[in-house]
Design a protein around this ligand. Structure first.
Ligand SMILES: Cc1ncc(COP(=O)(O)O)c(C=O)c1O
Length: 456
């Protein structure tokens, strides 16, 4: 349904709740301003209602989580059924009966589906924890502490994940409690080529810029140098960068990383917490590149609304972890929570329906095409795969224009459209709606965007 706004935004109840937060929540957590935030009260499909009963169109799927739409009936049913039986178990001691079923399912839909044998999983509570388990696995497997990660990459904010994050300002305040075992190398982003070699780049953008992909040679050189300088155990990468600005790399990039890893016996970790589970129009983004990892991290759209994530690896690699003798080396109180497992199993079944990926491809294509009809000097680049789309806004000199993106997000919110900004400079409008967004809703959003872009 299209938005319906019946109060000034934020409405009186949202303002009241902001007041409460300002007193009682760590002030660094929620951004509070005159125009921000609204407080979510309920949601259904692609719509969210706030505490003042204004109805919004959610173009974020709540950080790319609510893939099948908010409060999907099949997910509700799974929660309801599970909640009548068991809310909590003893994850690494006496687990919930659904935990083995989920681990088996994760093996089947990943490495077994790719004909790479069976997989083993550690279930975690949030994306960053899954990343940290992947890093621990790499060390246990190879004994080599070094990691290669990518500039502008995002892997979450725990201390382990902070080590590999490629957006420096998240790390800076905590630098003195961090170690230095990571080499950051450039990510091949065609619009802002890190090597200044974007000649031949075209706005209508194929995924093959006309520059002979020389970036890949430079990236290979930098990785080779790192391998000479320190003991590297793994490369961790997002197949498409999400928070870094919805960046789709050239097709050969992941293939290059796979071949480097194979040559040097280094593990390849794909962080598909954002891109995984149909967000890009295939069950996993890596499948579109024909390249498979040794370890895969999933979260967000896995449960579509419960803090459960997974680090899944080829069985022989995960077996680098010693067999438990009674004390797990990595566990948490809520590991394998039964509600989370039930939601993940129900959500995976929906992800496996052929119409799910087909719909993301179809609506994603329409959305991308319509956005590309918008013409304005402030639109630097429009890119994406499936329903993971970015619109990069620039100033008159072509520099990132985070202010313009913020103004557009504010205008959109006033009209009942929830949008998020991404990219290291906050100048990329991100579109990651629930998969059930309709063609009419996409029309509506592009129409409103045209208006904002002209008017700001
Ligand atoms: C690619 C990627 N990895 C890891 C994370 C961290 O996940 P979480 O916020 O659940 O810890 C995110 C979150 O946005 C992400 O996009």
């Amino acid at each position: 349904m299209l938005p319906h706004v019946c109060t000034p935004i934020p409405g009186p109840k949202s303002r009241e709740l902001s007041g409460l937060l300002s007193k009682f929540e760590n002030r660094n957590v929620t951004f509070l301003a005159d125009t921000f935030p609204i407080f979510w009260q309920r949601a259904d499909g692609v719509n969210v209602w706030d505490a003042d009963d204004n109805r919004y169109l959610d173009l974020t799927a709540g950080f790319a989580v609510a893939a099948h739409g908010h409060t999907h009936p099949k997910i509700q049913e799974a929660i309801l059924k599970q909640s009548q039986l068991l809310l909590h178990a003893m994850g690494d001691v006496h687990p919930a009966a659904s935990k083995p079923l989920l681990c088996e399912k994760l093996s089947k839909i990943t490495f077994e589906r790719w004909n790479l044998g069976s997989a083993k999983t550690t279930l975690c509570n949030s994306g960053f924890e899954a990343v940290e388990v992947a890093l621990k696995t790499s060390l246990l497997h190879s004994g080599k502490p070094g990691v290669i990660a990518f500039r502008n990459g995002y892997h979450g904010l725990g201390y382990g994940a902070l080590e590999v994050i490629g957006i420096p300002w998240f790390r800076e305040p905590f630098r003195s409690q961090l170690r230095d075992y990571v080499t950051l190398v450039p990510y091949p982003s065609c619009f802002r080529c890190p090597f200044g070699r974007s000649e031949g780049y075209r706005l209508e953008g194929t995924r093959f810029p006309n520059c002979a992909l020389s970036c890949l040679e430079s990236i290979e050189d930098q990785i080779a140098q790192a391998i000479r300088q320190r003991e590297i155990g793994c490369i961790i990468v997002e197949p498409c960068q999400g928070r870094g600005g919805e960046i789709v790399p050239p097709l050969d990039f992941l293939r290059l990383l796979r071949s480097i890893c194979d040559r040097h016996k280094i593990l390849l970790i794909f962080d598909e917490i954002y891109t995984g589970l149909n967000r890009t129009g295939s069950l996993f983004a890596c499948e579109q590149f024909g390249v498979y990892p040794d370890i895969l991290c999933l979260g967000k759209g896995l449960t579509t609304g419960f803090p459960l994530s997974a680090c899944i690896g080829r069985a022989e690699i995960m077996d680098a972890w010693p067999k438990s003798a009674g004390e797990a080396l990595h566990t948490t109180t809520f590991l394998g929570n039964p509600i989370g497992c039930a939601m993940a199993l129900a959500s995976i079944n929906l992800h496996l329906e052929p119409e799910t990926a087909a719909r993301v491809q179809r609506i994603g294509r329409q959305f991308l095409q319509q956005l590309r009809t918008l013409r304005h000097q402030s639109i630097g680049h429009i890119r994406g795969l499936g329903l993971m789309i970015g619109m990069e806004l620039v100033d008159l000199n072509g520099n990132p224009d985070g202010n313009r993106a913020a103004q557009i997000m504010n205008r959109a919110l006033q009209d009942g459209i929830i949008l998020l900004g991404g990219g290291p400079e906050g100048n990329v409008l991100s579109f990651t709606p629930p998969f059930c967004i309709s063609e009419e809703e996409v029309d509506f959003v592009t129409g409103r965007l045209a208006h904002y872009i002209e008017g700001i």
